[in-house]
Design a protein. Structure first.
Length: 147
């Protein structure tokens, strides 16, 4: 037996033991509650810049109202604008597309979109802080996006 074969067997058995120690996720266990917000696109529109978001409510309850204050940063990294985006109602377990036209905004000059706060987060059995505390963000654009 060569040294490399012994090393490979040792590595394989170590990996197998490590995997055996990882607790398995129970069948049918619920996903971690989250509100996922994805900046899907930022395209020029007649009014300025149209931001398109995908929102997925996995908080386990319907939201009757969800709105976020966002800050837009220009190419120099300076806050150019604060605005509130109202996503209205979000059904539990549902993905929704929402578009917002930001008048007078040039998409090519937006370097970052920061979620400053949740101005509205209401639903039966939903605590007001849940929209920010359980928020997960993602982007499909070249614009930095998050909290």
């Amino acid at each position: 037996m060569t040294g490399s074969t012994t090393s490979l067997r040792l590595l394989t058995s170590t990996l197998a033991m490590s995997l055996a120690m990882v607790p398995a996720r129970a069948e049918g266990s619920a996903p971690v509650p989250a509100l996922t917000l994805e900046l899907n696109s930022a395209l020029p529109s007649d009014k300025g810049c149209r931001l398109t978001f995908l929102v997925n409510n996995n908080l386990g309850a319907d939201l009757s109202k969800a709105a976020f204050e966002i800050a837009l940063f220009n190419e120099a990294g300076v806050v150019d604008r604060l605005t509130v985006l109202d996503f209205k109602d979000l059904a539990a377990g549902k993905t929704k597309v929402a578009r917002f036209d930001l008048a007078g905004t040039d998409c090519t000059k937006v370097s970052r979109v920061l979620i400053n706060s949740a101005t509205e987060c209401a639903g039966s059995g939903v605590e007001p802080a849940a929209c920010m505390r359980k928020l997960k963000t993602d982007t499909k654009t070249g614009i930095a996006f998050g909290v």
